[in-house]
Write a protein that binds this ligand. Sequence first.
Ligand SMILES: Cc1cc2nc3c(=O)[nH]c(=O)nc-3n(C[C@H](O)[C@H](O)[C@H](O)COP(=O)(O)O)c2cc1C
Length: 379
Amino acid sequence: MTSADPLLTGFTLAGVPLRNRYVMSPMTREFSPGGVPGDDVAGYYERRAQHGFGLIVTEGIGIDDAAAVDKPGIPLLHDAASIAAWKRVTDRVHAADGVILAQLWHQGPFRDPRGSRHPHIAGLRPSGIWGPGDGVVSITREQVEYLLAETRPMSESEIGDVIAAYGRAAAAAVEAGFDGVELHGAHGYLIDSFLWSYTNRRSDHWGGDIGARTRFAAEVVHSVRGSLGLRPLMFRFSQHKQQDYKARLATTPGELEALLGPLADAGVDAFDASARSFDLPAFEGSPLTLAGWARKLTARPTMAVGGVGLGKPFRPSDGGASLVEGVNNLDRVRERFAAGEFDLIGVGRAALNDPRWIERIAAGEPPLPFDPANLLRLT
Ligand SMILES: Cc1cc2nc3c(=O)[nH]c(=O)nc-3n(C[C@H](O)[C@H](O)[C@H](O)COP(=O)(O)O)c2cc1C
């Protein structure tokens, strides 16, 4: 690796030193039967640490709520078996000089109970609403029709229980040896569904204007911070939703500030701005990206993500499962980095595809094409 690459310089994330700026972006893999990650999952993350990723954010991990996640292969982190299994993962990552955050996940409206561990328990939704139903989505039309049926809004006690469950999940993450956590507050899942006006129509103190809709996320941040101590807490947010890729959480920088400011105040150390392309301008009239705006508005470090090392952005309609050519677009990434738009750069599909991706790029080798067959195995 050459030290001429500014992305290979170290960074300190809330007191935790990272050897470089390359982050393995969180990616659901569903290889954890019974919610317990095995040796194969540990090896998969260990290889990313061995081959140079400065930070790993795990796949989404279900928090301790029966309605948190759907597919049975999604990992959990709240019973003795899953905590011990994640400890084996974090030990191996640390032995390879890696740093690893657990991504805490509650799917909220997007969970499809059919085929889940708890098929008779409905998903949790702030106002019972799934989404508009006519947007570009990441699931089949049949699923959309099923999920569109309105459910009842979450009760006050359900909201309190879920906030407490996030706190327990963060405590379990500490016990399992994680360096910190990332909250999945993006893509239309539970936290995002409180932020988004389409799915949050509540007239109590959990709904209302953009500041009021941030309240649930801020309470989750408080709860998690209580268990984490000073360890890093990263918050992932996005404009787009899996229920509607054209949806926008904030239509102006002012709205984005109203949303992210309270989260920074509640204890978020860094924002992970999820976008389909790392260099997509967030608002008309400015080239600044979502990560760039988040950094400017909150003075917190940010991570940009989307399309790094690949010729095409993530395709929502096929869950990213298309063959995509590998390209070295790091010059464009470095330009944005030099302009001060972000501190960390997320690598999703290219990291899933090839554990040696950073070394290959640094050696001047062409990056491998993204092979969707790798979604079905742990490379
Ligand atoms: C197979 C797959 C699973 C994903 N699962 C998650 C997830 O669990 N949590 C999350 O926040 N993002 C998830 N994402 C989004 C990625 O983290 C990333 O933001 C997206 O793929 C864009 O980056 P890329 O163009 O480098 O792949 C997933 C993406 C893929 C391809």
